[in-house]
Design a protein around this ligand. Structure first.
Ligand SMILES: Cc1cc2nc3c(=O)[nH]c(=O)nc-3n(C[C@H](O)[C@H](O)[C@H](O)COP(=O)(O)OP(=O)(O)OC[C@H]3O[C@@H](n4cnc5c(N)ncnc54)[C@H](O)[C@@H]3O)c2cc1C
Length: 465
């Protein structure tokens, strides 16, 4: 990065908030995906830590003038290669925008800066008897800005939806430096195009989100967690379809296959049944009287589909242990092979049994290990490939398997990504789902807002921009 540019950046954010050493810059060449960066070509030029929309605006005006790529970054926990560096770019880390600005208990909304950690917002609103439902497994470290940019989801998505369903308004700095506000704090709002939803899930390609207004709900009175154990994964996936078809909407409905069960148990020791082919982890919430009724109906469905054991957590501690085990799943399998590729292709819920069957066939065909750990209740199966990126021959087979998983997903009327985004990892597939014309419209939106393609170039649209 040219010295004059670095000096100008120091003038905007202060010298102590600019990094240029090799060691510091190296940390921004990767995120939680397995997308590899060519260190010679795609090493960052500088990392900046702005603290306000005004500073971000000044940085983007500078970058736009000089046509320097800018990579916005929250915690870097995305798994689609959305925040890895590109050649001589400015990495813009948003963690200093970390204030919860307001919790409005009368209107049930909260206003936060983009760098606020999701779990912090949840803890603060819960102290007031309120509830912010989106719960990505990364909630302890991912940022609200990153969650909005990816439209993150989580186990509670079955009943409560995803981040998109809670974002009422945004403050966004456009790639050309203008600061705009979208939406507001009303529950209804149809003034103009729905720009709030356009920026939600845009993967940082259209603007830098600086402030977020979210909808809150009253905290449910109670919740119960149960685990249903199956000797065949087909039975578990049929049970998922049957629960949904029966009109029961649990808060969460998670599927874990034997690979995950064994590894999570070895790692977290919470008493998971290591011989089971699959288990469902289910939570219901609501009025205390309704909880037992819901649990009873779900147990009936699970048993009718062949569940060999149904365990209802006796107290909050036991329930918390089960969820801790679920959240530790990726860490648990990371010990098995060094490279974990977590796909999040998502299918309509009635197609879950067929998709599970196809994933297993693909794993056998290409002789690779694929675990299934998913938000099955919303069709988001998370086929998880355990591999080693240093083994070129195996990686070639993995690549073919991934292609087939995506083809199977689209054949079953699913989507390439339910929550992890397209990023750089899946950009080559995007046209398959959107079609030529559909993709062209999205490119035109990008060109209109970011005429010099400075913001996250390559994300979603690939090298062609
Ligand atoms: C163990 C683990 C479990 C996970 N579980 C889930 C899960 O259950 N559900 C789920 O949806 N995801 C999950 N993820 C993925 C990840 O945590 C989410 O995508 C999360 O929303 C990313 O937040 P972040 O702050 O880390 O953003 P980053 O990874 O830093 O950025 C994500 C993308 O958004 C852009 N961006 C970041 N901040 C902004 C901003 N303020 N304005 C504009 N663009 C911005 C970046 O350029 C990038 O393209 C998981 C990841 C891990 C490692």
């Amino acid at each position: 990065m040219k010295r004059e540019i670095v000096e100008e950046l120091k003038g905007i954010v202060g010298e102590q908030h600019v990094c240029t050493s090799y060691e510091d810059l190296y940390c921004y060449t990767y995120d939680s995906s397995s997308v590899e960066v060519d260190l010679k070509k795609d090493f960052p030029g500088v990392v900046v830590f702005p603290a306000s929309a005004e500073e971000i605006s000044a940085i983007l005006k500078l970058a736009n003038r000089e046509k320097i790529p800018v990579i916005p970054r929250g915690a870097g926990s995305n798994v689609s290669g959305g925040s890895v560096s590109v050649g001589d770019c400015i990495v813009m880390v948003l963690q200093r925008l970390n204030r919860i600005l307001e919790i409005d208990t009368k209107n049930l909304v909260a206003v936060v800066e983009a760098g606020v950690i999701t779990a912090q917002l949840q803890q603060e609103v819960e102290k007031l008897g309120l509830f912010y439902p989106p719960d990505p497994a990364s909630l302890a470290y991912s940022t609200m800005g990153g969650n909005v940019a990816e439209c993150a989801g989580g186990p509670r998505g079955v009943k409560y939806g995803v981040t998109r369903d809670y974002v009422l308004g945004l403050e966004v700095v456009l790639p050309t430096g203008e600061i705009i506000n979208t939406g507001g704090r009303t529950m209804k709002n149809v003034t103009g195009y729905n720009m709030t939803q356009l920026f939600t899930g845009c993967e940082g390609t259209l603007g830098v989100i600086t402030k977020i207004t979210v909808k809150l709900l009253p905290l449910p009175e109670g919740k119960k967690t149960m685990m249903a154990v199956f000797s065949e994964i087909e039975q578990a996936s049929e049970a998922v379809s049957e629960i949904i078809a029966g009109g029961i909407i649990p808060t969460t409905l998670e599927l874990m296959d034997n690979l995950f069960i064994r590894n999570v148990e070895e790692y977290a020791h919470v008493g998971l049944p290591v011989d089971a082919d699959a288990l469902l982890l289910i939570e219901v919430d609501g009025d205390k009287e309704a909880l037992d009724r819901q649990i009873g109906r779900i147990e009936e469905v699970c048993r009718s589909q062949g569940a060999v054991q149904v365990r209802v957590a006796g107290d909050e501690k036991e329930a918390a242990e089960l969820w801790k085990a679920r959240r530790a799943s990726f860490a648990a399998v990371s010990r098995v092979r060094p490279t974990i590729i977590g796909e999040d292709a998502t299918v309509p819920r009635s197609a879950i049994p067929e998709m599970v069957r196809r994933i297993r066939e693909i794993a056998a065909k290409y002789r690779i290990t694929i675990g299934i750990l998913g938000h099955a209740g919303d069709g988001n199966l998370h086929a998880t490939i355990l591999t080693d990126e240093r083994d070129r021959e195996e990686m070639a087979r993995v690549e073919k398997a991934v292609d087939e998983i995506f083809m199977a997903t689209l054949e079953l009327q699913g989507t390439l990504s339910g929550e992890h985004g397209i990023g750089r990892a899946k950009s080559k597939f995007i046209e398959l789902q959107l079609g030529k014309e559909g993709l062209e419209v999205q490119r035109r939106i990008k060109q209109t807002l970011d005429p010099n393609n400075i913001l996250n170039p390559g994300v979603m649209f690939g090298e062609a921009g």
